[in-house]
Ligand binder design. Structure first.
Ligand code: ADP
Length: 264
């Protein structure tokens, strides 16, 4: 059945990749990729550098466009697609309605340098969701408390450590009440001693919410602790899919074993 531009379809996965192909020029990064992430599920993507993990997150965030195949969020087509030779158009306001459900935290924190910590967090809720300043500030302060930075609300982001900046970025993503949170190597740019505080915050978020999470990380212990399912990527395809316990203790695929041996 071709996808239609209707409202969310009950019982559909939070994210569906169907025959997804992504090329950059002649370089095929994702080759006929199929996977679902169920609502409330936390799925981690592991695999060697360059295997296409970040590209997957960027496709979900509509920061990249599909070369082929289909992507759905809550059963709705994420963006324009060709279906059975027919082009499915989505109005940009419908795409925006879907992407509003999705939050992303990047490797580089990408905070607005000219705003205070709290302004970073309240900007989108006020301007995108139409919340009042008071409402957004109250929620922002609550989130800053949750990430252990209640005393930094009026601080300038550049005066914070990398770990603190990343915790602000997490609070900023949560302030939009996302149904789906994408985490793209969120500790890779941090000094080793700052990694723990960021992963601690994310463990709390995972434990205390039912937000669907799609995670790319090199922190294998973290992946094991928070994931319901782990997908091993290599060469643009999933080579193994397993529960974290199986993936990290008894992987079946030779490439998974070699990868884990190299990183653990
Ligand atoms: P991973 O996250 O697994 O390290 P990426 O998704 O970042 O892998 O990259 C997969 C491949 O796609 C790499 O070969 C990378 O060089 C290439 N790539 C990613 N983004 C672009 C881009 N904007 N233009 C050209 N090539 C890109």
């Amino acid at each position: 059945m071709p996808p239609t531009d209707s409202t969310a379809v009950a019982g559909q996965p939070a994210i569906r990749f169907e025959n997804v192909v992504k090329k950059f020029g002649d370089h095929t990064v994702l080759d006929d990729l199929n996977f679902d992430v169920q609502r409330g599920e936390r799925v981690t993507l592991i695999g060697p550098s360059g295997s296409g993990k970040t590209t997957i997150l960027r496709l979900v965030m509509t920061l990249e466009h599909l070369t082929g195949g289909y992507m759905f969020v809550d059963g709705e087509p994420l963006t324009h697609m060709e279906v059975n030779g027919r082009r499915v158009e989505r109005r940009s306001k419908d795409v925006a309605r879907t992407t509003q459900k999705i939050g992303m935290v990047f490797q580089q924190f990408n905070l607005f340098p000219n705003m205070s910590v709290l302004e970073n967090i309240t900007e989108a809720p006020v301007h995108v969701l139409g919340r009042s300043q008071d409402q957004a500030r109250a929620r922002g302060l609550e989130l800053l408390d949750q990430v252990g930075l209640a005393d930094k609300a009026d601080e300038h982001p550049t005066r914070l450590s990398g770990g603190q900046q990343q915790r602000v970025a997490i609070a900023r993503a949560l302030a939009m009440d996302p149904e789906i949170l994408l985490l793209d190597e969120v500790t890779s740019a941090l000094d080793p001693e700052l990694v723990g505080e960021v992963l601690g915050v994310l463990r709390d978020v995972a434990k205390s919410t039912d937000i669907t999470m799609l995670i790319v990380t090199h922190e294998m212990q973290f992946a094991q602790d928070v994931s319901h399912r782990v997908l091993m990527f290599d060469g643009g395809s999933i080579v193994e899919e397993a529960s974290p316990d199986v993936m990290f203790t008894a992987p079946e695929n030779e490439r998974t074993r070699a990868f884990l041996q190299a990183v653990l």
